[in-house]
Design a protein around this ligand. Structure first.
Ligand code: FA5
Ligand code: MG
Length: 459
């Protein structure tokens, strides 16, 4: 507290997020007011919000097996670069760390880009929580990434992280297999029993087996352990997917929807994450396209060691599931901004525990404006503008009044070789009609901010 009083007296710039003040650094800080305003919303905790309903549905399903997951849903979004990247073994030059993709508060703090930022802490927590011993955890939270603007992208979305571990045992004399192997086999059977009870069967396409060099297993695990852990991981995720999508299919059948799928199709593909090996992603076939739902893998031993486990003591898995895209298709929400709407015509449509289709209220017309500008010269000392910087400027001025921003033209002057670019902004409110004057004012502010912050020349 005293330090912060000192900062204000010395006029050291700072921001306040979730009631805590952080020193900022003009060279590094790129978190904006419009983003900070979203850090208190906690949509995943709202029982009658699509994100909250979905979160609860998945938690209930997974804990219906053995009640083995401890639930953490109250982590605040500011974390350290250590938690978000280093603790997970991200190399120093990993693109995920870049300022164009991540909201930094200062050198040491940022808005988490994934729920994996809390993995280490949760592995520690379940290790030392001997009172109610749990073999896994689930973390749901809002995560932040600088990104483009359209109907399916928003700078904040939600993830659920899940993990399970098993203590290894040595084979007892006389017994064929070590105890933990027996336990994992039993655990797989329990998940499979649940899966078999689902009314629509899931068809799984898995071309990731056998493992190849580009997605190798870790030395410390035996082939059998890798095989069993990954079966348990994959069946657990398939259980989540079939729970959620079968609920949807059942309601589509009830509504006699003509695009009701006859089967549920998923596929496994190889992936890479610095803190799991091997790693995979699952995709679901939905309304004519493959939709990426979740990344996962077997936890690397160095993460477990950092969390205080002894070498070779433990094996386990982790996954990170995106909630927003699933919520959008389950609840038939056409625009991701609606998830953030405080309009009662939106919020009153949903109730705890129920998957119901969103009924659009009147759609207000959009209004297009183009912004075209010459790019700064491509020289080492000239500050370049990244597409995400432009998105951020627009978002900070127009907020949720912007529906999308699309690149419509790139042009190189034939004589001078100068490059220019043109973006089309669609201003559209979900709740009301915008006046021309209002849109013009927003557009003018966008243009002057571009000039002021990046020195671009408008065309
Ligand atoms: C991750 O974030 C990893 N932390 C997942 C993980 C956890 C891997 C644990 C291994 C072990 P990825 O960036 O692929 O991975 O995001 C995970 C999921 O979040 C995606 O599959 C997708 O469903 C969702 N997601 C990613 N980006 C967006 C976005 N811009 N908007 C909405 N959902 C997104
Ligand atoms: Mg991914």
């Amino acid at each position: 507290i005293c330090l912060h009083r000192l900062y204000s007296t010395l006029k050291i710039p700072q921001v306040e997020i979730n009631g805590i003040k952080y020193k900022t650094n003009p060279k590094i800080t790129n978190v904006t007011d419009s983003i900070i305003q979203l850090t208190d919303r906690s949509l995943h905790l709202k029982e009658s919000h699509p994100i909250g309903i979905l979160r609860h549905l998945i938690e209930k399903k997974l804990n219906s097996i053995d009640n083995s997951f401890r639930i953490f849903n109250n982590f605040k979004p500011v974390v350290t670069t250590m938690e978000n990247f280093d603790s997970l073994g991200f190399p120093k030059d990993h693109p995920g760390r870049s300022k164009s993709d991540t909201y930094y508060i200062n050198e040491t703090h940022l808005l988490r880009t994934h729920t994996s930022a809390h993995e280490l802490e949760c592995f520690q927590k379940i290790k030392y929580d001997t009172e109610n011993s749990k073999s896994g955890f689930l973390i749901s939270a809002d995560v932040y990434r600088r990104d483009e603007i359209d109907k399916t992208h928003y700078p904040v979305f939600h993830q659920m992280e899940g993990a399970t571990i098993w203590k290894r045992a040595k084979a007892n004399e006389g017994a064929k297999e070590p105890l933990h192997i027996k336990k994992i086999r039993e655990d797989i059977r329990k998940v499979e029993d649940k899966l078999n009870k689902e009314n629509v069967k899931i068809t799984v396409d898995d071309n990731t087996l056998p493992l190849k060099e580009d997605n190798p297993k870790q030395e410390y695990m035996s082939d059998l352990e890798v095989d069993l852990c990954s079966q348990h991981l994959k069946r657990s995720i398939e259980l989540i997917v079939s729970e959620v999508f079968n609920k949807k299919i059942a309601s589509m059948i009830k509504d006699k929807a003509n695009n009701t799928p006859k089967e549920l199709k998923v596929r496994w593909i190889n992936a890479y994450f610095p803190w799991t090996a091997p790693s995979w992603e699952i995709e679901v076939w939905w309304q004519g396209e493959w939709l990426e739902l979740c990344g996962c893998g077997l936890i690397r031993e160095d993460v477990l060691l950092r969390a205080g486990y002894k070498p070779s003591e433990t094996v386990g898995w982790a996954f990170g599931l995106g909630l927003d895209r699933i919520a959008m298709l389950l609840f038939e929400i056409p625009d991701i901004r609606l998830l953030w709407s405080s309009d009662e015509r939106f919020s009153k449509q949903f109730s705890k525990g129920l998957i119901t289709s969103f009924k659009p209220y009147s759609k207000h017309p959009g209004s297009f404006r183009d912004v075209a500008f010459w790019l700064p010269k491509d020289e080492p000392d000239v500050h370049q503008i990244h597409e995400n910087d432009l998105m951020e400027i627009i978002r900070n001025i127009a907020g949720d009044l912007v529906e999308s921003v699309k690149l419509v033209d790139n042009f190189t002057h034939p004589k001078t070789g100068r490059k220019s670019t043109c973006y089309r902004i669609n201003y559209q409110s979900m709740d009301r009609n915008l006046t021309n004057a209002e849109v013009n004012a927003l557009q003018e502010t966008v243009c002057s901010k571009l000039i002021e912050e990046y020195g671009v020349e408008l065309r």
